[in-house]
Design a protein around this ligand. Structure first.
Ligand code: FE2
Length: 386
């Protein structure tokens, strides 16, 4: 009898949960960068990061105003877009922000519904539901603004069988470097201005139905010189995670302030991509010329076994190999994670990448924040921006 009641309760809970998630997201669809020279950027992401040529749209395919290269690696899709003349509004974005992320596109079952649900909850419209078609079917996209000039596009592609989106052709290249083992986007972090973190936390809660599942304040995230605060937002099924950072007062200029100054506003700070063999991935990226932040000092690695045994975890990897590559280790109750951060991938000290391998841990490397920020501060010192 009691078993039956339990199962009924469980059913109701599920219905309740379903009703709460007014914006079911299937995953990240793609990330689009506006860049000054998409052809050269595409070469960089292929050569340095092991992305593969996937799709193309440009003069040859009938596009008049811009060129886009789509790159893929396992589940990740990046689009690099450059305007073809001075009249394109894409120029304004590049003039202001430099190369950066414009679109974080989310894969949905119903783009019209996603647009209605979010705009009716206060989202500012970027693009009304738009249907694009070709001989392979139709794609519906709609978009809303998030922090800064960054946007979320909802992409509904269930009635489409073409290579990427209508207007794109398969990109056949004779230059195909090997992949580096990157699998999917683990999380994407936004930097917002002073006192704006809670504003955007509330926005993701109210407009997108996300939940705040982890928070770090400036007492936890600080060095001798600078500090920041961070809250991690997650959607209902946990597939999409967006930490949001804001600067906090310190003796000197924090890395978040440096980002906001050079990006000239809020924007995407880093994209964390997952691998299941970080030693192999990072060895290859380093050999390809990807620049990483400096390796933490010896005492950092000396403290790792103690931190792991605190949670009774054993490291599968050889710590000397991790140290030789500058990979950091953090642990929590559920497991540990391995991570490393690139230097900014453009001349403005703005967007960078994180490579992450999760060995059970669901956190974001809080135990590494201090070592990481000291490493960033050494770079800021060189740039004269600390
Ligand atoms: Fe991260």
């Amino acid at each position: 009898m009691s078993k039956k009641i339990e199962s009924v309760n469980y059913g109701l809970e599920k219905i309740f949960e379903g009703a709460q998630d007014f914006l079911p997201l299937l995953g990240t669809d793609y990330v689009e960068f506006y860049v000054g020279n998409a052809k050269q950027a595409a070469h960089f992401y292929k050569t340095a990061f092991g992305f593969q040529s996937y799709a193309y749209r440009g003069l040859e395919t009938g596009a008049k105003d811009s060129v886009s290269y789509v790159l893929t690696q396992d589940k990740i899709k990046l689009i690099l877009t450059t305007p073809l003349n001075s009249k394109s509004p894409i120029n304004d974005h590049i003039v202001k922000h430099g190369d950066g992320v414009k679109v974080v596109a989310l894969w949905v079952e119903d783009a019209r519904k996603a647009y209605e649900e979010t705009t009716s909850r206060g989202a500012k419209s970027y693009m009304e539901p738009t249907v694009e078609t070709d001989e392979f079917g139709e794609v519906v996209r709609a978009g809303i603004f998030t922090y800064g000039e960054t946007v979320h596009l909802f992409v509904e592609r269930k009635n489409y069988s073409g290579v990427f989106l209508p207007g794109f052709q398969k990109w056949e290249s004779e230059y195909n470097p090997p992949t580096s083992g990157l699998k999917y986007i683990d999380h994407m972090v936004g930097n917002v201005g002073w006192n704006q973190m809670d504003v955007w936390v509330k926005w993701y809660e109210d407009v997108m139905g996300f939940e705040n599942f982890l928070s770090f304040d400036d007492k936890q995230i600080h060095t001798e010189y600078s500090a920041l605060m961070s809250k991690v937002m997650s959607n209902g099924n946990g597939r999409i995670k967006f930490p949001i950072n804001e600067p906090a007062k310190g003796k000197k200029r924090s890395q978040i302030e440096e980002y906001l100054d050079f990006y000239e506003g809020a924007g995407v700070q880093h994209i964390a991509v997952a691998t299941d063999d970080i030693l192999k991935t990072v060895s290859q990226l380093r050999a390809n010329g990807v620049e990483f932040l400096s390796t933490p000092p010896d005492d950092y690695y000396a403290s790792v076994p103690g931190r792991l045994s605190e949670f009774s975890h054993e490291l599968n990897e050889d710590i000397e190999k991790l140290k030789a590559l500058g990979i950091m280790i953090d642990a929590d109750e559920e497991g540990y994670l391995l991570q490393i951060f690139t230097k900014p991938v453009e001349d403005r000290p703005t967007l960078f990448f994180e490579i992450i391998q999760r060995m059970g841990a669901k956190g974001f490397g809080a135990g590494n924040f201090k070592a990481l920020f000291e490493s960033i501060e050494r770079e800021q010192q060189k740039r004269g921006t600390l």
